[in-house]
Design a protein around this ligand. Structure first.
Ligand SMILES: *Cc1c(COP(=O)(O)O)cnc(C)c1O
Length: 361
């Protein structure tokens, strides 16, 4: 509902609303029917008690962290994951006395080794940007539960169609709704989902306090997108598997990273924890950086753009774009090599996509 403030029926009703005794809408930063409708949809999709929508995925990630952490606290997070989330933990949180250890997230032992008495949050993203690494979320959740440390999982790549981290034992799920939930490349938004005691502090801090409120029109667009999430994901995941298999056999391609391939090191775990393997894949060109740039210039149906989970297929070159702010040594440890190309598969006909990719290759 496109309204910033809501009329009260009486002065008594207004007073009761401010005391929190009446269930009334007051002001758009504190609540909006369209936003609440979307929150209920995402909570249902993730099997969560509650969800809180935010102005962007990064507002959700920031909220998941800042609502729980204080100076002196320690976080364990992946080496390879969404670039801006990594920057938040690497560059911004240290200013507030919050330190992060980055580990090989495909190894639960690596998480275990990094835990400290001051560790207050463990963070995972699976499949992870941009190398499609898989974290065993059930095993990691067992570890974090035994230590009483909350586990936050970014489920943007998998979507609730493929994976439900809360059912695997995670405490909080974050999404960039800009991606597959919205699905049409027209609205920025984010969400956190989990128990009410985990999500409400995010609403209080990020939405009400810091102002990271989702616009109601974006909530409407994203909720409309969610109506076709299952259909879009069914097509995109099937096409991604087909393209991954065909790329694996192409002479110009050195390797393909897709959890649905039996050659992927996380395949067995992915089979256990995912219903389908997602719409994202990455591949390394035998010709390295220059071959990657040529490919991006040659595709015609596939768009050369960042973002993912769109109805349109999108291709990017992480080393020179989204991962370019990472220090080179960290980028190397995260295995984001120069020839790596990331493909977000859309809902186009898979034969049209293959014709475009193979012509460009
Ligand atoms: C895009 C993305 C984000 C950030 O979301 P925005 O909506 O762009 O702020 C966080 N995590 C992952 C995995 C993403 O793909």
């Amino acid at each position: 509902m496109l309204s910033s403030a809501f009329a009260f029926g009486s002065a008594d009703e207004a007073a009761a609303a401010f005391r929190g005794e009446a269930d009334a809408y007051i002001y758009g930063r504190w609540g909006n029917p369209s936003v609440e409708d979307l929150e209920a949809k995402v909570a249902a999709l993730e099997g969560a008690e509650a969800a809180v929508a935010t102005s962007s995925g990064m507002a959700a990630v920031t909220g998941a962290l800042l609502s729980r952490l204080a100076s002196g606290d320690h976080v364990v997070a992946p080496l390879a994951f969404y670039g801006e989330s990594a920057r938040l933990m690497r560059e911004r949180l240290p200013r507030f006395g919050i330190e992060t250890t980055f580990v090989d997230a495909t190894s639960v032992d690596a998480y275990l080794a990094a835990l400290r008495p001051t560790t207050r949050l463990v963070y995972a993203e699976s499949p992870a940007n941009p190398t499609l690494g898989i974290t065993d979320l059930e095993a990691l959740a067992q570890l974090t539960r035994s230590r009483g440390v909350p586990l936050v999982v970014d489920n943007t790549f998998a979507t609730p169609y493929c994976q439900n981290p809360l059912a695997l034992g995670a405490d909080l799920v974050v999404h960039s709704m800009t991606k597959a939930l919205g699905g049409h490349g027209d609205a920025i938004g984010g969400v956190v989902a989990g128990s009410r005691v985990m999500t409400e502090p995010v609403r209080d801090l990020v939405v009400k306090g810091l102002g990271g409120v989702l616009a109601p029109f974006n909530a409407f667009l994203i909720a409309r997108g969610i109506r076709t999430l299952a259909l879009r994901q069914e097509r995109a995941c099937a096409s991604a598997l087909t393209l991954a298999q065909r790329l694996s056999g192409h002479p110009a391609v050195a390797s393909v990273h897709y959890p649905g391939l039996s050659s992927h090191p996380g395949h067995a775990v992915a089979r256990r924890q995912m219903r389908a393997f997602g719409s994202l894949l990455a591949f390394e060109l035998a010709g390295g950086l220059e071959a990657g740039k040529r490919l991006l210039g040659a595709v015609q149906l596939v768009s050369h753009a960042v973002s993912l989970g769109d109805v349109r297929s999108l291709v990017t070159h992480p080393a020179s774009t989204t991962a370019s702010t990472m220090p080179a040594d960290l980028r190397a440890r995260a295995k984001i090599i120069d020839g790596l190309v990331r493909l977000s598969v859309g809902i186009e006909d898979v034969e049209d996509l293959w014709a475009d990719l193979s012509a460009a290759l």
